[in-house]
Design a protein. Structure first.
Length: 401
């Protein structure tokens, strides 16, 4: 084994290290997926959870911008990733120490948890970023490497679901801190993506952004993304409440997440071939249709763990397709000199959608109930698909030709 590792090229070694960073990150992330369940247990209503998620989304926008500027200033994505991993994991582990049962407990959660997300909100984005950038620079198969992360998220989710009756939900907050230690160590050993030379930075400051917003296909895709991410946030953040409404234990919540992550893998592995045969825009649209189907079936048919899992099949497949296609579609639409800015604006739009989706979603969930709520979310998904078809049809036809 040692001889084999010594024979590896630098690129081969980095492929192993980067896969380790991303996959162990998602393995640890599975253990920390019980925040909504914990808050539900301490008395948070769907409306209160929606308000909290909206606050954390707002903080996440500021967090991504701040740590992005720090990364550009010091010329190191790797150091920023180590910082947010360490800070986010440590602060997240302290959430169970927030007093519960007091008249001001809800206010304490609404105040303290957004502070945690100044670090935690950037963890997954920068963990993905270091993999995406290095895969592009080293010509590695992103879909293959990223699929390992989805697989280990599934394994992690099944493990913590088995352990939960013995350790309790509170313990999951510090589990993720312990499990992030090897991720941090591997990140230190990971390759630093190429920094933009100083001359290019000065040039970047003088870039004319009008070319980006004159691109009708890109601007219309922002509107699609706005509706799409409202639906995604509503679907994801209120799922524990839906599970409880159909008399399934919320201890099994991460089993559902793990199953969905497992279903991401097929399309991630097939992404290279799919991109050769189909336009990226078509893949994005199909991903939204699959996610809409999950919500539709949840609203009409889900009444047990088995039926919830069957419905979740559609989301898992759709999310795998979305992970592999959406970012690349943004890059495809953007002018060559504005690709980084195009991604930044798209991320900002999705974050704003997260704020509105959480604020409105919590109120609607409490007002109409679980099953009607997910039917409404399905409608939002289908509206995003209709908008995509109406605004992107010329782009789709052009890419197909």
């Amino acid at each position: 084994m040692t001889r084999y590792l010594l024979r590896l090229t630098d690129t081969g070694k980095q492929a192993i290290i980067l896969t380790g960073v991303n996959s162990l990150f998602w393995f640890a992330w599975a253990f920390g997926s019980y925040q909504a369940v914990y808050l539900q247990q301490v008395g948070f209503t769907a409306s209160q959870l929606g308000l909290l998620n909206a606050l954390t989304s707002a903080v996440t926008i500021a967090s991504l911008a701040f740590w992005g500027m720090v990364s550009d200033r010091i010329g190191s994505l790797r150091k920023v990733l180590v910082t947010v991993l360490a800070g986010g994991s440590l602060l997240y582990a302290l959430i169970p120490f927030i007093p519960t049962g007091l008249p001001i407990s809800s206010l304490l959660f609404l105040t303290i948890i957004p502070v945690v997300y100044f670090f935690r909100g950037s963890m997954s984005t920068y963990a993905e970023n270091i993999l995406v950038r290095n895969c592009n620079e080293l010509r590695l198969n992103y879909g293959l490497l990223r699929s390992v992360g989805s697989f280990l998220f599934t394994i992690g989710g099944l493990i913590i679901s088995f352990l939960l009756p013995f350790v309790g939900v509170r313990s999951t907050f510090w589990f993720i801190g312990v499990l992030m230690i090897p991720v941090i160590l591997l990140t230190i050993a990971a390759r630093e993506p190429n920094a933009r030379p100083a001359a290019d930075k000065k040039k970047k400051e003088k870039l004319d952004m009008s070319g980006l917003f004159k691109n009708k296909a890109y601007v219309s895709f922002l509107f699609f993304g706005f509706l799409f991410y409202i639906a995604i946030n509503c679907e994801a953040n209120f799922l524990p409440y839906f599970i409880q409404s159909v008399n399934v234990s919320t201890d099994l919540y991460v089993v559902v997440l793990a199953y969905r992550a497992l279903l991401e893998i097929p399309f991630l592995l097939l992404m290279v071939r799919l991109r050769q045969k189909f336009p990226l825009g078509l893949l994005v649209m199909i991903s939204a249709i699959l996610m809409a189907m999950e919500c539709l079936f949840l609203g009409f048919f889900a009444n047990s763990l088995v039926t919830v899992l069957l419905c979740s099949t559609f989301f898992g497949l759709g999310n795998g397709l979305c992970i592999g296609s959406s970012l690349n579609y943004v890059y495809e639409l953007a002018p060559a000199h504005l690709k980084a800015s195009a991604q930044a604006f798209f991320s900002a739009v999705s974050s704003v959608a997260g704020i509105l989706g959480n604020l409105g979603g919590g109120v609607v969930f409490d007002a109409i109930g679980a099953k009607p709520f997910y039917l409404v979310v399905a409608v939002v998904y289908f509206l995003s698909v209709a908008l995509f078809l109406f605004t992107q049809r010329k782009t789709l036809l052009h890419r197909s030709a």
